[in-house]
Write a protein that binds this ligand. Structure first.
Ligand code: SF4
Length: 274
């Protein structure tokens, strides 16, 4: 995958430059953990729903739930059941099959909860999983983003929705995320205003909880931290500065980093005692 100025690339770069280097420059593929496919399937099924029943002209009927379940199961097979995943020690102790069955059931619950919530609470979507990639003068890489969904309210306000799946409840300020700032900025590059930013959070539980938080669009001043971060990212890439994850970082452990056992930075002193 080519390097771009995207929220996810910057997040990975600042989380651990070494992981970023291996992933995007050496293209040394790692196995994903369980969380990634669960989130990806939730996003893909939401896009399927929006494309068919909100943006498209399909009518909701009694067969929709069945179709949604079948498509979700196809993706579960493709992304969870069949591939080899990078599991944590606790997941390995629980057993590979048991972990995958648990992940598959969680995914089904999340997709169902999201669909039910969408059917009753979200309308007038104008896009689903829209990719934006733009070259901007003065920047060495293209800016890019995939917007989960864009909406227009009955009053004509322009809204961006970011879907998140996570074990815990959302943090109080999750709607202030740099990711939503990035999405607004990308629309601004296209000449589109944004009035509302929405964080749509679904917990990964047997009975998922849904949290929706909205805020007004960011001011120009509030966009400045994004620009500063992007400048630092480009500068470090230019000088090939790939800082490893800080000591004590949760991701720098055998559970969460595929390269832990061979990484030159995960020396005995740096290794967590667990
Ligand atoms: S072991 Fe730690 S420093 Fe090395 S790539 Fe993984 S997260 Fe980064």
């Amino acid at each position: 995958m080519a390097i771009s100025i995207s929220y996810s690339h910057m997040d990975r770069f600042f989380g651990c430059g070494e992981r970023f280097r291996r992933t995007y420059l050496e293209k040394d593929n790692s196995r994903p953990g369980v969380a990634l496919p669960i989130g990806s399937i939730a996003h893909r099924m939401r896009a399927w729903y929006l494309e068919n029943f909100v943006l498209g002209d399909r009518e909701l009927d009694s067969k929709v739930g069945e179709e949604l379940a079948d498509l979700t199961d196809d993706l579960i097979r493709e992304m969870i059941t069949e591939p080899e995943l990078h599991l944590t020690r606790a997941q390995l102790d629980a057993g590979v099959n048991a972990t995958k069955i648990h992940a598959a059931n969680l995914t089904r619950s999340i997709v169902k909860a999201d669909a039910q919530n969408l059917w009753s609470k979200i309308g007038n979507a104008v896009s689903a999983e829209r990719k934006i990639k733009l070259r901007v003068d003065g920047w060495p890489y293209p800016w890019s983003a995939i917007l989960d969904s864009e909406h227009e309210t009955e009053q004509g306000a322009q809204e961006i929705v970011d879907l998140k799946t996570a074990k815990n409840k959302p943090a109080r300020d999750s709607v202030r995320s740099l990711q939503l700032t990035m999405y607004q900025f990308m629309r601004a590059l296209e000449g589109k205003p944004t009035d509302i930013l929405t964080h749509h959070h679904i917990t990964k539980h047997k009975k998922p909880e849904v949290y929706i938080t909205r805020t007004e669009g960011r001011t120009e001043e509030e966009i400045e931290p994004l620009i500063a971060r992007a400048e630092l990212y480009c500068e470090r890439l230019e000088h090939e500065i790939y800082n490893p994850a800080p000591e004590g970082s949760w991701m720098c452990s055998p559970d969460w980093c595929w390269w832990f056992n061979e990484c030159k930075y995960s020396t005995a002193e740096r290794r967590p005692s667990t």
